[in-house]
Design a protein around this ligand. Structure first.
Ligand SMILES: [Zn+2]
Length: 75
């Protein structure tokens, strides 16, 4: 798709690292599938991945984790 930030680049399949902060918990998830703009580097994480990330964050909150780094694993 066309990048909505720079409006010049096209996005390509790639991956990114997402940091989530919820209720005092910091969760860093690496290797999240994303569309990355070849021009400006803006990263777009899809709805499915976002839902998965939010559920991972909820798990971390329930588990009493304060800080965690993990690799993304598809549901
Ligand atoms: Zn761009």
């Amino acid at each position: 798709m066309e990048c909505v930030v720079c409006r010049q680049g096209e996005t390509k399949d790639g991956s990114t690292t997402v940091t989530l902060e919820r209720r005092g918990v910091t969760l860093v998830v690496r290797s999240v599938p994303a569309q990355v703009c070849e021009n400006c580097g803006e990263e777009y994480v899809g709805a499915e991945e976002t839902t998965r990330l939010l559920s991972l964050a909820e798990d971390a909150v329930r588990g009493g984790t304060r800080f965690e780094v993990r690799d993304y694993v598809a549901a």
